[in-house]
Design a protein. Structure first.
Length: 415
């Protein structure tokens, strides 16, 4: 650590940048003072890297130094990195500087300032960014829509709907996601229209939005779109039926298990699990051996939800062979605000999903072999790993997990 902090003063730019990057990756709070000093680096690339590193420390004591860089640095790259860092830190003291940055000449800085305002905790963030739906830069307009959606800005819903009618296909998905989060009846009507949009990702987002808000027409829209020409839309429709469908949708969901693309099959498996439809169990068990990791993950989750005792032996074998995704080795998942996943993170969730599924089945049937396997796995895990948040699949309508890995073992212990 001391050598890295010393390297921040090296005459060689690459050494200074490398040291700042390493300190940010290590993430020790004691590096804060040295990295704040590096914000005065003579080269803007060094200052920008120092700001990125500080963003990884999440230390509110850096707010003053970063707001100073955001307000006064001549380099747009440094101002951008400073706005990004302030957004990740989320300190209300940064609001004034972020409001000033909304007028920055760089659209990258404006975009990051818009997003950072939402994370800063400013209660009027949505109101302040509405006007940026008219910004000349698309990335800024999208950021404004994202913030309005996250803040469930009902007062701005009409503006979002009007803008969705005139924007291009690159913007519409973010606008549709925002409307789904706001969830008013007017938004639901707009989403129903967007479900027929010529752009497939707009249709995907519209279906998800209708399901999330449980719109009265959500189930009928999902049923109709289960036959869409796009695999992405069929997959979204299947997932939506898990949220708003009924057991009467069993035949439709079972037919989607024969879809040529894995995404609709994945969605159908999740939906069968959510709706408690056991008629699909033989097919779901076979899905444990599918080559697609997302389908295997969905099958594990669904078998646990359905408490399928017949699958406990293969699930136990998979659990004993699996290795947890350690906290220090998390995969990077490419996501954009309001966008679809670009890289699968199924492997990082597989171990936790197996623990959950085996524990659910073992707890329901008091299966001694399954309980013993869980005890063996529990005893083999480092204590620090047991306290981390559980990483589980989250189909539409399933809340993101707030439990720990240790909590997943509990159902098997309850008599």
């Amino acid at each position: 650590m001391d050598s890295l902090e010393t390297a921040l003063s090296s005459p060689d730019l690459r050494t200074r940048i490398g040291a700042a990057s390493a300190l940010g990756t290590i993430g020790r709070p004691r590096s804060r003072t040295a990295l704040e000093g590096a914000l005065a680096d003579p080269d803007p690339r060094g200052r920008a890297q120092a700001a990125y590193a500080l963003s990884r420390l999440h230390d509110r004591r850096s707010t003053a130094s970063l707001t100073d860089r955001l307000s006064h640095d001549p380099s747009a790259a440094v101002r951008y990195a400073s706005a990004l860092a302030l957004g990740r830190i989320g300190d209300r003291r940064s609001v004034h500087a972020l409001e000033h940055a909304l007028e920055d000449e760089s659209d990258r800085v404006r975009r990051e300032a818009v997003l950072a305002l939402e994370r800063s905790g400013d209660p009027s963030a949505a109101k302040k960014v509405r006007r940026f739906l008219k910004d000349p830069a698309r990335r800024v307009r999208i950021a404004a829509a994202v913030v309005m959606g996250l803040r469930r800005d009902r007062a701005g819903a009409r503006q979002l709907i009007e803008h969705s009618l005139e924007c291009d296909a690159w913007e519409r998905p973010a606008l549709v996601v925002a409307l789904g989060r706001i969830g008013t009846r007017e938004c639901g009507d707009a989403l129903a229209r967007a479900a027929d949009d010529p752009e497939r990702w707009v249709r995907v987002c519209a279906i998800h939005g209708l399901a999330e808000m449980r719109a009265p027409n959500a189930a009928n829209v999902a049923r109709a779109k289960a036959h869409d020409r796009s695999w992405a839309v069929r997959g979204a429709a299947a997932l939506a039926l898990g949220r708003v469908g009924a057991r009467a949708d069993a035949s439709l969901l079972l037919s989607l298990l024969d879809d040529p693309h894995p995404w609709p099959r994945r969605g159908a498996i999740y939906a069968l699990g959510q709706l408690g439809i056991k008629k699909g169990l033989p097919r779901i068990r076979l899905a444990l051996h599918e080559p697609d990791p997302e389908i295997r993950l969905a099958a594990i989750w669904a078998l646990g939800q359905l408490r399928d005792h017949a699958s406990v032996e293969p699930l136990v074998r998979l659990l004993r062979a699996a290795r947890p995704q350690l906290s220090s080795n998390r995969p990077t998942v490419a996501r954009g605000s309001g966008s679809v996943r670009l890289v699968s993170d199924a492997d990082s969730r597989r171990f936790d999903a197996l623990v959950q599924a085996v524990a659910q089945i073992a707890g329901s049937f008091q299966d001694a072999a399954a309980i013993r396997a869980l005890e063996d796995v529990l005893g083999s895990l480092p204590k620090r790993e047991l306290g981390r948040p559980a990483r589980l699949p989250t189909p539409i309508g399933a809340s993101a997990s707030t439990t720990t890995l240790r909590d997943l073992f509990v159902p098997a212990r309850q008599r």
